[in-house]
Every structure is written in C-alpha cells, then in structure tokens.
Design a protein around this ligand. Structure first.
Ligand code: PHE
Length: 449
C-alpha cells in the first residue's frame, strides 16, 4: 500500500483517457450495426435518450466512488461503509469487477488481434508481400494466437508505464489520430456511389420501431458497454482525477464525446456498406437482414476495399488502424482494473502486476482460441449481457445508498462549490438510488425472457 498513487496530470488527459476507454470496438462496430438493424435513426434517438437518462448517471456513480475512495475497485467499495457486512459485500463486488474486466479483456484481445492482422495484411499488400498478406487474413489458430499475443503485449507495455506516462500519454496521442482517421475515411466514402443511399438508411428514422422492447434493450446494453460501465474501469479512472475537477461536467463531456464518435462512426460504416453493395458485394443475409457480425468487418468491408483498387489498399490500412487504436485505448482501461488492485493490495511492483495480470488474461484468450465455438460467444454473453448490468446496479446502489449523502455532497463540492443549488444535485442522488437500479433490473429481466 506504500506505493504513491498515480494521477492524471491534466483535464485534457483525463478526458482523452476516459473517452479512449469508452470509444472502442463497441462504437465503431457495435453502434453502427445495431443502428442499421434496429430502424436506423429511431435507434440513434432512443440510444441518445437512454445514454443521458441512464448511462450518464451510472457513469457518475463510478466516477464519484472512485475519486472519493482514491483506491482500486476492491478497496473502494469495501471502504464506503464501516458496517462489516456492507464492507464484505463491497469487496466481493469489487473482486467480481476485477474478474469481469479480465474476462472482457480476454475476448476483446482476440477481436483486436484480428484487427491487427488485417492492418498487417494492408501493410504487407502495399509492400508486395503477397504470401504474408494472404496468411494474415486466413483464419487459423496460429494467426489468432499471434494477433492476441501482440495486442496483449501492446496493452501491457502501456499499462506498465503508469497513469501519466502510459494511459494518459498514449490516449492523448491516439485519440486525436483516431478522430482524424475517422473524418478522412468518411470524406472519402461520401464521394463514392451508393453512399447517399446508406446515409438515408442511417438518418431517416423508422418511427414505428422506437418503442419496440427489443430496441430499448439493445440500446441500453449498447450504452452500458460503450461507456465502459459495470466493470470498475470508470471507477478506477475516477480515482486518478484531481480533487479540484468538476466531476459532473467531466462525466458529461466524456458521455458527449462517446456519443459523438459513435454517431460519426455510423456516418462511415452504413454508407460504406451501401457503397460495397453498389460495387457488387452482398450486404444482406438470406433472411434479408444486413450482415452485421464478423461478416461485416472481415468480408463486406474488405471486399469493398479490394473493389477500390489501389486507393483501397490505403483505405484498408486507415480503417484497420482506426479499429486497432479504438481497441487499445479501451483495452488499457480494462487491464488497469486488475493491475491497480494487485499493486495496492500486494507488494507487487506495477511492472510485475502488469505482467502477471496481463499474462493471466492472455492465457484465457488462448483458452478461448483453442475452444472457440464453445467459449467465445459464451464469454461475451456472460460478461456483457448479464454481468455488466448486474454490477452496474451494484455501483448505483453503493453510490446512492452506502455512500452517505453528506460524503457525496462533500465530494462533489470539491471542484464545484455551488453544486448544492445545481440541477445535478437536485436530481442525481435519488435518481441513482431508485430510478437507475429499477430501470436496469427491468431491462435485465426483459433480456432474460
Ligand atoms: N467501451 C468499450 C467499447 O466501446 C468497451 C469496454 C467495456 C471498455 C468495458 C472497458 C470496459 O468498445
């Protein structure tokens, strides 16, 4: 416990790190495809409303607990109350978060490894190395292992360098690059035939779909995953925020950046699909639905890049670089959850903790790769569908019921002296106590039925 804790050195650094965690494969891949298969702009509308009504308050719960406790997720939840039972439950919830973050990282690493392989494919193509480039896009255990090991290595090397020198430095460098790549790709795709058809599908709402329960559930799940909620990542990032910062404002900025990038990614992906259709690629499956899962990223879009000829080589590199960057700024936030816990709960150095925790997660990735059909979808469902909402409720309960109202107010007053008379203080405390848990339970129950 004697190691001094790290801290983000600036507001910009925190915003880039937290937005980097939030903006990931969930935004660039999940959001556009869910939009396409759930009534276009109707989904965007519902998603935005839910993100502000439910995900933002839950994000605040994590940030506030984190900054108040200034500790890893286990110690933080265990120390909110002096009651031994509550403290015991808090620690249990904390350990569950640590395991969950590790499990999400394990499957995320495999998917990110695919992105790296496709990036390598583009580079090998430009360099004229045809055999290598072909191998990189041919599915095999060796290729998947290689991609995962390299990606895990990248994640570990950033985390080993600490908060300011690793997470903040790399998020602040990579997030602007991600935004530039996104805009350049959109500008290019918009000049291609077919793009405008896609834009219409994306932006014209099919309002008959707005209140469909399945749409609401997908939108809520997507909002939670996208804001990295329910695993303690935002809690631990919150614990590195300076006490002088205005937390509700920072949380709102992070939510807006996450939404803006998800929306912008939709402007790229959906029109690109229709450009692909225009150039002869099949974009609907036999059931007449848009191809969304792995088929979209690894078949539809690559065949579009091929149809674009020489320019397509560069577009492919830019696209998979964008995906890889989105993945790494999220994966570091996942690994920080177990690493911060190990550093603060044992005598391990940050380097040793990173190597041990990172290798343990990689070992699970390897296990999944060798038992892909059995484990891949199972781990994704277990973590994102069931565990994240459950833990999300626990974080809201701990912030709303266990953390004393007075302690909450004191925490928020640092960085915003006038908070007591603000709208946030009038609404958020009871909202996070009652409305958030109830709504999450309702959605959770629906998704089980
Ligand atoms: N928010 C990330 C994404 O959109 C995923 C994530 C989930 C990151 C949980 C951290 C924790 O891809």
């Amino acid at each position: 416990m004697s190691t001094p804790r790290g801290q983000f050195s600036s507001r910009f650094g925190f915003i880039m790190a937290a937005a980097g965690s939030a903006v990931g494969l969930g935004n660039v891949w999940g959001f556009p495809t869910q939009t396409a298969s759930n009534g276009g702009a109707a989904f965007v509308l519902v998603y935005f409303v839910l993100a502000f009504l439910l995900a933002y308050p839950a994000l605040m719960a994590e940030l506030i607990i984190g900054r108040h406790a200034r500790a890893n997720v286990v110690t933080a939840l265990g120390s909110l109350s002096s009651n031994p039972i509550t403290s015991f439950i808090g620690k249990g919830v904390g350990y569950y978060g640590v395991i969950l973050a590790g499990l999400i990282l394990s499957f995320y690493t495999i998917v990110a490894g695919w992105m790296l392989s496709h990036l390598g494919h583009g580079i090998a193509n430009v360099a004229g190395m045809t055999t290598v480039s072909q191998w990189l896009i041919t599915s095999s255990i060796t290729r998947d292992l290689m991609g995962s090991v390299i990606f895990a290595g990248l994640t570990m090397s950033i985390i080993a360098s600490g908060i300011e020198g690793g997470i903040e430095k790399w998020s602040s460098r990579l997030m602007p690059i991600l935004m530039v790549l996104l805009v350049l790709l959109i500008a290019y795709v918009f000049t291609q035939p077919g793009a405008m058809t896609g834009l219409k599908v994306y932006l014209l709402p099919d309002l008959s779909q707005v209140l469909k329960p399945s749409l609401l559930i997908s939108a809520l799940g997507q909002a939670f995953f996208s804001l990295s909620l329910g695993v303690g990542t935002m809690l631990i990032y919150g614990s590195y925020v300076d006490k002088n910062e205005n937390l509700p404002k920072l949380g709102a900025i992070v939510t807006c950046v996450d939404l803006a990038i998800a929306f912008t990614a939709g402007l790229l992906i959906i029109p690109a699909m229709y450009v692909a259709q225009h150039s002869g690629t099949v974009i609907f499956n036999e059931a007449g639905e848009l191809i969304t899962e792995t088929g979209l990223i690894f078949q539809v879009l690559p065949s579009l890049f091929t149809a674009m000829g020489n320019t397509g080589l560069w577009v492919a590199i830019a696209f998979f670089a964008l995906m890889s960057i989105a993945a790494v700024t999220s994966s570091i936030s996942m690994l920080e959850v177990p690493v911060s816990t190990a550093v603060e709960k044992t005598r391990l150095s940050r380097l040793a903790a990173t190597l041990i925790m990172g290798s343990a997660c990689l070992a699970i990735s390897v296990l999944i790769i060798f038992n892909f059909d059995l484990l891949f979808v199972f781990v994704i469902d277990l973590t994102t569908k069931y565990s994240e909402p459950l833990l999300g409720i626990m974080f809201c309960i701990f912030a709303g019921w266990i953390l004393q109202r007075n302690a909450l107010l004191q925490e928020l007053k640092q960085g915003n002296a006038a908070i007591e008379s603000s709208l946030f203080w009038k609404i958020w405390p009871w909202y996070v106590r009652v409305v958030c848990p109830l709504l999450i339970v309702a959605t959770f129950a629906q998704s089980l039925s």
